[in-house]
Write a protein of this length. Structure first.
Length: 114
């Protein structure tokens, strides 16, 4: 066992058995659905952001790498900042209409939420 993985084992009670091997659970890789099967909702949110407006793209089903790649594409085409985490993409500003048309042109089933 590597010595550098001690942070993953914090809070674990150890066995006195010398043959015991600590096994970490591997997370399953989520299969990314094709764009035609994705149902994305594009909505505006202001709460918890000091009155600033952000556009959220929710409903993406797939891996974190694919989510961040889609977020990077959207941020580049809109020319704004944003982030992708917890299964949703946050884009700065009110870009609901632009993002909806971009996603639909990319083959996603996107609709405007509010």
């Amino acid at each position: 066992m590597e010595q550098s993985d001690w942070k993953k084992r914090l809070g674990v009670v150890y066995s006195t058995n010398p043959d015991y091997q600590y096994v970490t659970q591997q997370e399953e890789e989520v299969q990314t659905l094709p764009p035609a099967e994705q149902k994305l909702i594009v909505r505006l949110e202001r709460s918890g952001r000091a009155g600033k407006q952000v556009t959220l793209v929710q409903g993406f089903q797939g891996s974190a790498e694919d989510l961040s790649a889609l977020a990077k594409t959207l941020k580049t085409k809109c020319g704004v900042g944003g982030t992708a985490k917890d299964g949703e993409i946050t884009i700065q500003g009110d870009l609901r209409d632009k993002l909806t048309t971009l996603l639909q042109s990319m083959g996603y089933k996107a609709r405007r939420g509010n």
